[in-house]
Design a protein around this ligand. Structure first.
Ligand code: ADP
Ligand code: ZN
Ligand code: ZN
Length: 747
């Protein structure tokens, strides 16, 4: 770090009285930086510091700084009167930084809500946020006082006696649309003492109306036994078996003991329906935390988590950073879900971080899933985690029957086989709802010329551009490139042919086959916003849809009680993937979508179209046998020595020049070999650098280098000095590199 002379400093550090603190700075460097200060600053406090030519917000670490007497730059400002980050959360972040070998400053930056990444002091978002009338002042007295303040009077009137509202809620009232600047009007009312700013009264718990079944009771009591100390519980329950109900019971106990709960769900499961299920039970003690919220909302949840007033923090991956003061339970729903892994920047896995957090906080954690991950199941096998099982659906619902349609015997037209079309006809005749699942947006994944073999390749990626018929465009789903669809083959002017099917093509074919059916398309192109999604869900559940054609978006979380048939259009790509996790992901995906059928009182069935009906995994899906699946998958992983039977890290590099990434990774490989030898780490396996499966993406060439070890400790011991070496060896901005510890995608 470049240093400025002491005379230039606004605040000099006297070597006798001055102190030195170690600060986590949000820069991509794997170290902390020392600064001078003449006051005591507690670890966890945010400070404004000079860094190169910028001013940055850093957090004081508990590390002992290097005791050097050289003149250091002084801290510019202590931003808060108290630490924003508690000692436990600091320990958590330092652990994460060490485990993922990611710069601590960036870890902490990712964990803070956006407003705190700037040089503003901590503030209580609640003061003056909610307002109610001062009930000590009679109405007529108030009205007399406001006789000559029409705007204040109008606002006062809108806030009825006994009500408690915030400015956003007030602004939505039709009477107040032209009330000018509500906040300044409100400020005057508060000044007069007519209105009081308060917090919102805390919610009441509405108890469960039913009774838990014996399996649920058993699972709950096993979990609750461990209240007050760390224990990981896998809750393995088929779809619709009442897992969520167990979460709610456990949270209720937790709240009654005066503690807070953290609930993580996958991104696409955090639906209005789910939030409602929580708020119906715990009222406004429930606070959401996810990246779709605006910075002020996120800060509000962060604040309430930290001061103990948020009873339940419900969020996606990033909610693991919520600074819950008095944590009693952690729940990770669909713990196997890939969206828990952050794919860029600080590449953490929120489930794995949750387990660490539970152990630091000494609280039980529930890992719920119908298809638990191989990693979690292995921890059950070795006795590290406990497991409870729910084998039956609640109420009268049964698991749907699954039938495989052999596409070799009856080819599909526009993605639909005759058998599927026939059953769809029956469904419509009986007025029953159907979901058709196809994990592909657009009309067709590739346009091609039957004469000259031209294909709709993307200029910037090793991939084809998808044809979107509705917008008449070709789109690359990897880099976002959009092109007009050519009317004829650009090379030989022949008519183009569209291979494969996406949601739009299925939707169109259904329109032709069943002109009277009400077909809803459920994909990212159609449902841009949360509100649109909510609206569509409501329409579906009120019976306005006959057939819903949807992508992964529809496969999770949603409870569609009227759906009795699920058709899976094309699961086969999952069978061809080279990724060792592909069978696991295919099994999880198919069990999830199948689980959408027959959740109400009518029994459900599932039709899966495939060209591989005799594939062993397809067979297991058909029988919905998780235990068999787990046994066989486990054997395969053990033989192949892949996770959970080994531990991995993946170096990635990307560059404009094709060879640059591979060359850099080769230098990294050699350094790693030397380190492993000199540190006597015999379990390390360092592969050769290779091009990524999709080498070119967005005009960058991508390469990777896999590192494997049977011993997690050895892997981490070599990664620490290795990452530091790479950080120093990397040359400028032309080449991007990253390190992914426990990679979930090998591409
Ligand atoms: P999962 O989370 O395993 O998919 P849910 O907890 O959502 O299952 O339960 C499925 C449905 O059954 C929900 O509508 C839920 O309200 C209901 N349910 C859960 N437990 C019971 C019970 N013990 N008695 C009656 N209904 C229940
Ligand atoms: Zn052609
Ligand atoms: Zn592209």
């Amino acid at each position: 770090m470049d240093e400025i002379s002491r005379t230039q400093c606004a605040m000099s550090s006297d070597p006798e009285n001055g102190r030195i603190v170690s600060v986590a700075v949000p820069v991509p460097l794997r170290r902390a930086f020392d600064y001078a200060t003449d006051t005591d600053i507690e670890p966890g406090t945010r400070v404004l510091i000079p860094f190169r030519n910028r001013k940055l917000v850093g957090v004081v670490l508990p590390n002992s700084p290097s005791a050097s007497t050289r003149s250091l730059k002084p801290i510019l400002r202590v931003l808060d009167g108290e630490p924003a980050v508690s000692p436990l959360m600091l320990e958590f972040f330092l652990w994460a930084s060490g485990y993922y070998h990611h710069p601590v400053g960036e870890v902490i930056q990712a964990a803070l809500p956006p407003p705190l990444r700037k040089a503003v002091a901590l503030y209580d978002p609640d003061t003056a946020r909610y307002f109610s009338r001062n009930e000590d002042i009679p109405d007529d007295v108030a009205m007399a006082q406001l006789a000559r303040a029409p705007k204040q009077k109008q606002l006062y009137r809108c806030l009825a006696s006994g009500q408690c509202m915030n400015l956003n809620e007030l602004a939505r009232l039709p009477e107040l649309h032209d009330a000018g600047h509500l906040s300044s009007v409100m400020r005057n009312l508060v000044k007069r003492g007519l209105i009081i700013a308060t917090g919102r009264p805390s919610g009441v718990i509405v108890p469960f109306a039913g009774t838990l079944n014996p399996e649920q009771r058993k699972a709950l009591s096993r979990i609750e036994e461990s209240a007050g100390h760390y224990c990981s519980h896998v809750l393995h329950g088929i779809t619709g078996s009442g897992k969520t109900e167990i979460y709610l019971h456990s949270i209720e106990n937790c709240l009654e003991a005066g503690k807070q709960a953290l609930v993580l769900v996958p991104e696409i499961s955090l639906t209005p329906q789910l939030v409602e299920r929580f708020t119906n039970r715990f009222g406004n003690r429930v606070h959401c935390y996810h990246s779709g919220m605006n910075p002020a909302q996120r800060y509000r949840t962060w604040w309430k988590a930290r001061n103990g007033t948020a009873g339940v923090v419900l969020g996606t991956r990033s909610a693991i950073f919520a600074p819950i003061r008095n944590l009693g339970r952690i729940i990770v729903d669909e713990e196997h879900d890939l969206s828990y892994k952050q794919l860029d920047g600080f590449r953490y896995h929120a489930r794995d971080m949750s387990i660490k957090r539970a152990s630091l906080e000494k609280v039980p954690i529930i890992l719920g899933s119908a298809t638990p991950s191989m990693e979690s199941m292995e921890n059950v096998q070795t006795g590290k985690y406990r497991i409870s099982r729910l084998r039956r659906r609640t109420g009268k619902a049964n698991l749907p029957e699954i039938e495989l349609i052999d596409l070799r015997k009856q080819p599909a037209r526009d993605g639909l086989s005759t058998r599927l079309v026939e059953v769809l006809g029956q469904q419509l005749a009986e007025n029953k709802q159907t979901i058709l699942y196809i994990n592909r947006r657009g009309y067709a994944p590739v346009a091609e010329c039957p004469q000259c073999q031209w294909r709709s390749s993307c200029d910037r990626c090793d991939a084809y551009m998808t044809y979107h018929k509705i917008s008449a465009r070709l789109r690359c789903h990897h880099c976002g490139r959009i092109a007009r669809k050519p009317d004829y083959c650009p090379q030989c002017r022949s008519e183009l042919f569209f291979r494969g099917a996406g949601t739009q093509r299925i939707e169109e074919a259904l329109g032709r086959l069943f002109p009277d059916a009400r077909v809803f398309r459920f994909d990212r192109d159609k449902l841009g916003t949360f509100r649109k999604l909510q609206h569509t869900l409501e329409s579906i559940n009120s019976g306005k849809a006959d057939i819903i054609v949807g992508t992964r978006l529809i496969s999770k979380g949603h409870d569609f009680p009227k759906v009795t048939l699920v058709g899976v259009i094309n699961p086969d790509p999952g069978l061809y993937s080279v990724d060792f996790r592909a069978p696991e992901q295919l099994f999880q995906e198919l069990v999830q979508v199948a689980g959408r059928a027959g959740r109400g009182k009518d029994p459900g069935r599932v039709l899966i179209q495939t060209t591989h009906p005799d594939n062993a995994y397809m067979e297991m899906v058909r029988h919905q046998q998780f235990d068999d699946f787990f046994r066989i998958c486990r054997e395969e992983r053990r033989t192949a020595r892949v996770p959970p039977f080994s531990h991995m890290a993946l170096w990635r590099a990307e560059s404009r020049r094709p060879e640059a990434g591979l060359e850099f990774l080769e230098r990294i490989r050699r350094q790693g070999k030397n380190l492993a030898i000199s540190m006597n780490l015999t379990s390390m396996q360092i592969m050769d650098p290779v091009s990524s499966p999709m080498e070119r993406m967005d005009d960058r060439y991508r390469a990777q280098l896999l590192v494997k070890s049977s011993c997690r400790g050895q892997l981490h011991r070599v990664l620490a000095p290795w990452a530091e070496w790479v950080e120093n060896a990397s040359s400028g901005k032309r080449l991007r590199w990253s390190l992914d510890v426990d990679p979930m995608e090998m591409c």
